[in-house]
Design a protein around this ligand. Structure first.
Ligand code: GTP
Length: 245
């Protein structure tokens, strides 16, 4: 690896949107998209970075919208957590096909399917060069997979939380509804919270702010973006507390 190929971060938590796995399908997992994402993740992993993953479940089940339609929120959230387990297993298979060694740890005990979440064991796996996939969110309803990602990033001592999603970064307003919205290259946790910029939920942002966990939000659909983020090249939006003076 050349000097210029050196990753900026030693340990990274990468949060992948579940919805991205749908590709152009209305639902579920598009195996071509899954394979492409896995190939990209395996490639950055080969650069020597310690990599942990959290994947959402929105391509299979969205707890928030189910509860809006009358299902009680806790049940809907548990179903959402199970959806993340399915995605985690699919991602594990795809990553192993791409040549990476992986371990899945679940926050909900299901020993026949995955290891239980044990923080120190997860760290050990990372040190041994395995990609660790954290499934089943926090194991508790009322928390999003973004919050799980922030929590796990802090627990494992990650240097950065990468949020790979379907938009190019953090915008002054929702780019899905306002095509003229301007994207920030950098912003602060406080700005995201005070302006209600809906890039991550408030619990995730507050947790990251409290622990000074840098977040980079970028578009997962653009190939090469994960590598750029890990190399410290400009991509998407960086969220951190900017010190003045
Ligand atoms: P070390 O030997 O400690 O480096 O880690 P290891 O993960 O290789 O060893 P371990 O014997 O813990 O795991 C061997 C395999 O079994 C791995 O693929 C684990 O993911 C899997 N495994 C370990 N514990 C569990 C469990 O509780 N449930 C399930 N389903 N798989 C497990």
């Amino acid at each position: 690896m050349s000097e210029t190929e050196r990753p900026e971060y030693r340990r990274v938590l990468l949060k992948l949107s579940g919805e991205a796995l749908m590709g152009s399908e209305p639902y579920g997992i598009d195996s071509k998209v899954l394979g492409d994402i896995a190939a990209e993740v395996a490639e950055v992993h080969r650069m020597g970075v310690q990599l942990a993953l959290v994947i959402g479940g929105g391509n299979i089940f969205r707890g928030v919208s189910a509860s809006a339609q009358g299902m009680d929120r806790a049940t809907a959230d548990y179903m959402g957590m199970l959806a993340t387990v399915m995605n985690s297993l699919a991602l594990q298979q795809a990553l192993e096909k791409a040549g990476a060694t992986t371990r899945v740890q679940s926050a909900i005990d299901m020993k026949e399917v995955a290891e239980p979440y044990i923080r120190r064991k997860a760290i050990r796996h990372l040190e041994k060069g395995r990609i660790v996939i954290f499934a089943a969110g926090t194991g508790m309803p009322f928390f999003t997979t973004d919050t799980s990602a922030a929590l796990r990033a802090i627990e494992i001592g990650a240097d950065v939380l990468l949020k790979a999603t379907k938009v190019d970064g953090v915008y002054e307003s929702d780019p899905m509804t306002n095509p003229l919205a301007v994207r920030y290259e950098k912003t602060t946790y406080s700005e995201v919270l005070s302006q209600n910029l809906k890039v991550m939920d408030a619990t995730a942002i507050s947790l990251a702010r409290e622990q000074k966990m840098r977040i980079i939000v970028f578009n997962l659909r653009k190939r090469g973006n994960i590598k750029k983020a890990i190399m410290g090249q400009p991509v998407g939006t960086v969220v951190e507390e900017i010190c003045h003076g």
